[in-house]
Write a protein that binds this ligand. Structure first.
Ligand code: NAI
Length: 342
């Protein structure tokens, strides 16, 4: 495990293989909020990645035990724990990917926007530290409301003069994971084959699965489209209600976030065939941020896939227009928050 960290990332995979065929890569990943409901299983899944040499776990509480526990897994990465504001900088130094699931989750009856007051400040504070300590890292924002916390992060990075729009992502992978699962169930498809692009944002009606672009190609009745779209949009609430006050999705979220981390690491490692949906700065629509499929490369977003928005069905086109005012308001709320803070 220690040897892995001596291998330069700038080497191509074949060069690395000639050094030691066991070593696949050596990326450093930090999880901020690592002791939480998402943070713990997410850290476990990242600990299993052969692409990670060092896993930095940061939280304001309880992170020492999580790190000690995970460090006993005999997978390559070294696990380090950091706690409290004074250790935040060290948690971030030299890190390639920062994942942020810090913040409070929903309880029954709450919308993601109800979390704004608490989580906005948490994300602002953490992203300031990212800007100061690892401004070139990929930043994955999980903390809700993602529709607002991503614009907050962008503003903070701009204020610090280090904003790279290609490297800031709102994590919407769970919406895709849910869409794939529900569509495969409904249409009796092999799960592994199914891929549904989900665009827009990450809250309620701003989550828009583009069922007409499902792979493999499959046709849906109007009722199926309505039922599946609403279920995908409300799937988070389904979990919040089932947990009845004990929080929101954590395990499926950890699974989804780990997939997005792994995709990012593969892209950083030179894989030229990596596509994911994410909420990013975008020119696809008139809104400044928008979730869509993107191609990931070494420098982050390499391309925004436009074809998912072309040839939409009437239902999808209407839903797209209907989501824009809400998404716009959430984006503006985030920007206003970041700009009014000293
Ligand atoms: P949780 O309450 O179980 O864990 C949050 C963790 O963040 C706690 O360990 C807490 O100590 C830590 N924390 C709080 N303030 C912090 C700070 N300033 N610095 C570092 N750590 C801090 O919550 P859970 O269930 O893990 O959810 C976390 C966030 O993820 C919530 O905002 C939730 O809404 C969001 N979420 C996002 C999803 C998505 O699809 N993007 C899906 C599910 C949840």
């Amino acid at each position: 495990a220690l040897r892995a960290s001596f291998v330069s990332k700038s080497q191509s995979p074949s060069q690395r293989a000639s050094v030691n065929p066991q070593i696949q890569a050596s990326f450093k990943v930090a999880v901020l909020g690592a002791a939480g409901g998402i943070g713990q299983p997410l850290s476990l899944l990242i600990k299993m990645s052969p692409l990670v040499s060092s896993l930095h776990l940061y939280d304001i509480a309880n992170v020492k035990g999580v790190a000690a526990d995970l460090s006993h897994c005999n997978t390559p990465s070294q696990v380090l724990d950091f706690t409290g504001q004074s250790e935040l900088g060290n948690a971030l130094k030299g890190v390639d990917v920062v994942v942020i699931p810090a913040g409070v989750p929903r309880k029954p009856g709450m919308t993601r926007d109800d979390l704004f007051n608490i989580n906005a400040s948490i994300v602002k504070n953490l992203v300031e530290a990212v800007a100061d300590n690892c401004p070139n890292a990929f930043i994955h924002i999980i903390s809700n409301p993602v529709n607002s916390t991503v614009p907050i992060a962008a503003e903070v990075l701009q204020q610090k003069g280090v904003y790279d729009p290609k490297k800031l992502f709102g994590v919407t992978t769970l919406d895709v994971v849910r869409a794939n699962t529900f569509v495969a169930q409904k249409k009796n498809l092999r799960l592994i084959d199914v891929d549904v692009p989900v665009i827009g944002g990450h809250a309620g009606i701003t989550i828009l699965p583009i069922l007409s672009k499902t792979k493999p190609s499959v046709s849906f009745s109007d009722e199926e489209v309505q039922e599946l779209t609403v279920r995908i949009q409300n799937a988070g609430t389904e979990v919040v209600e089932a947990k009845a006050g004990a929080g929101s999705a954590t395990l499926s979220m950890a699974y989804a976030a780990a997939r997005f981390v792994e995709s990012s690491l593969r892209a950083l490692d030179g894989d030229s065939d990596v596509y994911e949906c994410a909420f990013v700065q975008s020119e696809l629509t008139e809104l400044p941020y928008f979730a869509s499929r993107i191609k990931l490369g070494k420098n982050g977003v390499e391309a925004v896939i436009q074809s998912d928005l072309q040839g939409l069905t009437e239902y999808e086109q209407k839903a797209l227009e209907a989501l824009k005012p809400e998404l716009k308001a959430s984006i503006e709320k985030g920007i206003a928050f970041a700009q009014k803070q000293p």
